[in-house]
Design a protein around this ligand. Structure first.
Ligand code: BDR
Ligand code: CA
Length: 303
């Protein structure tokens, strides 16, 4: 089993990254760290505690950064609803919330990385603020990280501007710091995650499961996918555990932090790929049937 910290901003699709990290037998989910992103930090932390609570996940849940490193981008209409979970964040009583750690995310990262005997994996599916702060505060801890699997960016593709994807657009300086960190990186951007969709068939199977979590999943998905949105975040977990189901290439990726429609854009500098070593593994495609099955398997009640 390999130790993993999941950094997220739940967010409807983040829920499925938490679910996969929790159920995947090869993963030992040590902590869920929240970050401000899809909604503010109070809400993403609440939602992280709720999902960990509903799953009965025996991990730490800690609150992370409340704002991007330098500048807060203008507020956006949110596809995740005002509460981050399509209006369903308060379906359950507060007694279902997982305990919140007294330590903040930065200290939780430090503690887990220092104490772990083996290198730790990180999956980051929100803005990269917590990780950038970690790398600036404790650069020596980078050597304890096995790899960071990121949902963010897209090679010259965007969903917030024509060129910029939400997580990188929200905190481009943080994305830039992480890209340049020298840590082993896997990048699941829009190129691959726009393929992360479910069909009527999977929704019907989910319906038949009739578990508390599958019913909750259907509700939050119905509010979200009606806006024609892909379920991006679980790809970052699958890319770690089953890379052979993906098409990828090792490349040199940079982030544009300038103002304007390219702020937060990720692009491959193929000239630098020749002179510089690739700084990340860019995922471009995946087996869609595999994605759909993975989500269903994770939701399937135990018999
Ligand atoms: C990313 O933005 C968020 O809205 C999703 O949770 C995902 O992490 C997709 O661009
Ligand atoms: Ca997210």
């Amino acid at each position: 089993k390999y130790p993993l910290i999941l950094d997220c901003d739940p967010g409807v699709d983040d829920v499925f990254a938490i679910l996969l990290a929790h159920v995947t037998p090869e993963i030992d989910l040590k902590a869920i760290c929240s970050v401000s992103g899809n909604v503010d930090i109070l809400k993403t932390t609440y939602n992280a505690r709720l999902i960990a609570g509903l799953l009965d996940a025996p991990c730490i849940v800690a609150e992370g950064a409340s704002r991007p490193l330098l500048r807060e981008p203008p507020p956006l209409g949110t596809v995740h609803g005002r509460d981050g979970l399509g209006g369903y964040a308060h379906e359950f009583g507060e007694d279902r919330l997982h305990t919140l750690s007294a330590l903040k995310a930065l200290d939780v990262y430090r503690k887990i990385l220092l104490e772990s005997e083996e290198p730790v994996y990180i999956a980051a599916v929100g803005p990269l603020t917590n990780l950038a702060i970690l790398f600036l505060a404790y650069p020596e801890l980078k050597s304890k990280i096995a790899a960071v699997s990121i949902m963010g960016g897209g090679i010259r593709r965007g969903n917030i501007t024509p060129y910029s994807e939400f997580n990188f657009h929200k905190d481009p300086e943080a994305a830039d710091i992480v890209m340049k960190s020298g840590v082993k990186l896997l990048l699941c951007g829009l190129d691959v995650t726009l393929r992360a969709t479910l069909t009527e068939k999977e929704i019907n199977t989910m319906k038949a499961y009739q578990s508390e979590f599958s019913e909750f999943s259907m509700k939050i998905l119905s509010s979200y996918t009606s806006k024609d949105t892909a379920i991006h975040d679980p790809c970052a977990i699958l890319a770690l555990t089953e890379p052979e189901k993906f098409v990828y290439e090792d490349q040199y990726v940079e982030i544009d932090t300038r103002e304007g429609i390219t702020r937060g854009m990720s692009y491959v500098d193929s000239r630098k790929s020749q002179e510089k070593k690739p700084n990340c593994r860019v995922f471009y495609d995946m087996d869609q049937g595999f994605f759909r099955k993975s989500i269903l398997d994770a939701l399937k009640p135990e018999v």
